[in-house]
Design a binder for this molecule. Sequence first.
Ligand code: UDP
Ligand code: MG
Length: 148
Amino acid sequence: MEQTFIMIKPDGVQRGLIGEIICRFEKKGFTLKGLKLMSVERAFAEKHYEDLSAKPFFGGLVEYIISGPVVAMVWEGKGVVATGRKLIGATNPLASEPGTIRGDFAIDIGRNVIHGSDSVASASKEIALWFPDGTVNWQSTVHPWIYE
Ligand code: UDP
Ligand code: MG
């Protein structure tokens, strides 16, 4: 089953949005397979965002990610990468639809509350980086009530 990496960024943690964000993924029917609150070092944040290292906002982005604890998660389900991105909304919160996480809870692009993998390939790379010891192997008992 497909998995994605979701991170609640330091602003989301500081603003008390952890429960709200987990709620949205849970209620959709996705399954939580890994979860930890952690602070990351600069080198780790740079590694996570290495594809963006040439961008002018890279320095500020890394400062933002290391500015406080983050919640790292692995969510599983059919189509969870693309649908997770839909639940999150557009990168710029002012362009995110109401009803999405960024659309409901953020304004500035550099304080957009949450990260989600953009493809199945980057999801597996990010899960390996953030959960080197693996995730939890379990299946929810409501599985047959969500999948036909
Ligand atoms: N970002 C920024 N300024 C920009 C573009 C992106 O500060 O002009 C930040 C923003 O926090 C975004 C992150 O860099 O979430 C990663 O950018 P990406 O294009 O991968 O957006 P995402 O996949 O998070 O929607
Ligand atoms: Mg991205």
